[in-house]
Write a protein that binds this ligand. Structure first.
Ligand code: GMT
Length: 378
């Protein structure tokens, strides 16, 4: 198979879509693809040099008449220039808005000179929240229709996309993935733990602390668990709701049981220190961090609204609960935290399931097969 040259665009800051795009690029390059990241700043997972990875920063000039720098247009220009200069075959954009619009423009700009295919990967809020804004909805639909191929990270998201936009149905489902060699259980289950004293259990929540993450439920479930079992809460990430979370924990007298770690680049160093992950989002198209936790043998307690049921089997490798079901989430957490052999057994199941269909090789191959199909259609 001739390895394609791929341009990848994503949001470079921490967030599931940026992680998926960056990790995909790194793994594609290891398999021999030439990968060109085109974005506003260096995606955070790309800080180390790697062969076959190139980074092109998008210039964002300002001018007094602009309210904001027109990033979508600058990105389209960068995409078309990099495509011509390096002979890219595919522009693979992650998160529809505005990346798919820029790729569409770049393809049109090059129409007389070079064929390039546009592949759009939908991640979640680009469809379920942002894409529903009246000022974005028609253009999001247009971009979905105009892409040469579209992927969604879960069947849930594919169905939501078709339902909301009444659009094409040939959307490929390619799930999030995890590298099980990187996300793995602690080396020694017996040794001292970084965030807990002997006899304490550790719960973790990692997100961008936005409303959709349902943070009041994280606090409430932790408070109920901590009242029954000595435990600690790790908060990883940052975002607008974090201040309220800390205030509520303070009001409940739980502040000294909580570690706020802020943004962490290497989550694989933190997740294995936990026993249980709480992700009670209002909806979650996939829930990458739950998969990463599972790969570390950590039990996920996750919202049942969205696509998590495509990799979590309730009661076998984790728990799925309604985001309003605080009692159910607490009961699930207490059940597993109060029984070490059950927790260990579920953790092993979780790791095995994460490394299988959701492991790097399986999922990267799905993307490569799709690239191949797109190139064959040139
Ligand atoms: O909401 C987030 O956590 C960020 C967002 C993003 O685009 O960075 O995450 C979305 O994409 C992830 C990667 O595909 C998915 O695992 C998340 O479930 C999805 N978030 C939501 O659907 C709320």
């Amino acid at each position: 198979m001739k390895m394609p040259k791929v341009g990848i665009t994503c949001y470079p800051n921490q967030g599931g879509s940026g992680v998926v795009a960056s990790e995909l690029g790194l793994h594609l390059a290891r398999r021999g693809c030439e990968v060109h990241f085109i974005s506003s700043s260096l995606p955070f997972r790309l800080r180390d040099y790697q062969e076959k990875i190139f980074y092109h920063q998008v210039d964002m000039p300002t001018y007094p008449v602009f309210l904001n720098s027109p990033y979508t247009l600058s990105l389209a220009t960068a995409m078309s220039e990099v495509t011509l200069q390096y002979g890219l075959d595919i522009l693979h954009v992650h998160y529809a808005i505005p990346h798919a619009a820029s790729a569409y423009l770049a393809r049109q700009m090059l129409a007389d000179q070079k064929t390039v295919k546009v592949l759009t990967t939908l991640h979640g809020t680009d469809i379920t929240l942002v894409g529903q804004e009246p000022s974005f909805k028609p253009i999001t639909r247009f971009m979905i229709q105009q892409s040469d191929a579209v992927t969604a990270v879960s069947s849930f998201l594919k169905e939501e996309t078709i339902r909301h936009f009444q659009c094409r149905e040939d959307i490929h489902v390619i799930p999030n993935f995890v590298d099980a060699r990187v996300f793995k259980p602690r080396d020694s289950v017996e040794g001292p733990r970084r965030f807990a004293k002997p006899g304490e259990k550790v719960l973790v929540h990692a997100s961008n602390f936005r409303k959709v993450k349902n943070l009041p439920a994280v606090v409430e479930v932790f408070a109920r668990v901590a009242a029954r079992i000595p435990s600690r809460l790790l908060l990883v990430g940052d975002g607008p709701e974090l201040v309220k979370v800390r205030q509520r924990l303070e009001d409940l007298g739980l502040a000294d049981r909580v570690e706020t770690l802020g943004q962490v680049d290497n989550l694989e160093r933190v997740l294995p220190e936990a026993d249980l992950l709480l992700l009670p989002s209002l909806h979650e198209s996939f829930g990458l961090v739950a998969l990463e936790a599972m790969s570390c043998g950590v039990i996920p307690v996750v919202t049942n609204r969205g696509g998590a049921n495509e990799f979590i089997q309730d009661g076998l490798n984790g728990f799925l609960r309604d985001p309003e079901d605080l009692e159910g989430m607490t009961a699930a957490a207490l059940e597993v935290l109060g029984n070490d052999s059950q927790r260990q057994h579920m953790g092993e199941e979780a790791r095995r399931d994460a490394a299988g269909d959701f492991g790097v090789s399986c999922v990267v191959k799905s993307y490569l097969d799709l690239y191949d199909q797109l190139n064959g259609a040139c």
